[in-house]
Design a protein around this ligand. Structure first.
Ligand SMILES: [Zn+2]
Length: 263
């Protein structure tokens, strides 16, 4: 992230270690993503997330190929003055955080593609939902991992993963830079937040300018997506869209106290 942070300076995913030449923040001490070692995390009791009701409804979004990612924002063509009806609060974060955009990261195969790792494990991909507190400018990102499933696997009585397959099908048509399209999505189905376990730490944007001071919430739950959906994205758009993990440099990483799966 974040595809709303634009820069005229060229960069790509071929040599992320060179980003700091043009973007000094990229060599900072609090960069993202990181490899989260669960035994080194600090348990903490966080209150629940509170999401606005609009997360549960279908909304029209605009997807755009910006040359490095597919950036998905709320479509402005419908009702401009209601742009801010997607927000969350709670979970120990002060104030209200408004939805800005979401995008996903993937790799050259389904064996990797996530930006964060957990206990050295890479996932097939990772989704970032970027939110902003308009009172103080604070950015908070909600991150989710993908695990790929075979095309014929039916997930128990839910259709959440079909929402991501729909996304991949639509996004994969945006083969050229500046290609744009509109599509309806339900953010709750995409994020599948249901008091899931998560990690919390302070990090950075994972794309230039790699600005620090970003609040990360990394959910350990893996959202299923068809293997063929990630194939569509890497074959039609970009082969690799992920930054390697960065040094933790002694940062404290919290986990919500319900977390027990890996520990
Ligand atoms: Zn991202």
């Amino acid at each position: 992230m974040s595809c709303t942070e634009s820069s005229d300076i060229y960069w790509n995913y071929d040599n992320p270690s060179d980003w700091s030449k043009n973007f000094p923040c990229a060599s900072g001490l609090c960069q993202s993503p990181i490899d989260i070692n669960s035994i080194d995390t600090i348990p903490h009791m966080y209150p629940s997330f509170i999401f606005s009701s609009k997360y549960n409804s279908d909304k029209l979004f605009t997807l755009k190929n910006n040359g490095r990612q597919i950036c998905t924002t709320v479509s402005k063509s419908i009702d401009e003055h209601k742009q801010n009806d997607l927000w969350f609060s709670g979970s120990g974060l002060p104030g209200v955080y408004h939805f800005q955009e979401f995008h996903i990261h993937w790799g050259q195969s389904n064996r990797h593609g996530s930006e964060h790792k957990i206990n050295g494990h890479r996932f097939s991909g990772e989704a970032h939902f970027v939110h902003k507190n308009y009172d103080n400018g604070q950015i908070a990102v909600l991150a989710f991992f993908f695990s790929t499933v075979a095309a014929d696997v039916v997930v128990d009585n839910n259709n959440e993963h079909h929402e991501w397959d729909k996304y991949a099908e639509v996004a994969s048509r945006l083969t050229k830079i500046h290609d744009t399209t509109n599509c309806t999505f339900n953010l709750s189905k995409l994020m599948q937040i249901d008091d899931r376990e998560f990690f919390r730490y302070m990090g950075s944007l994972t794309t230039p300018p790699c600005t620090e001071g970003i609040i990360w919430t990394v959910f350990s739950y893996e959202i299923p997506i068809k293997a063929s959906s990630l194939d569509l994205l890497r074959q039609n758009i970009m082969r690799k869209v992920c930054r390697p993990v960065q040094p933790i440099n002694g940062r404290t990483i919290f986990r919500n106290h319900h977390y027990s799966k890996i520990t």
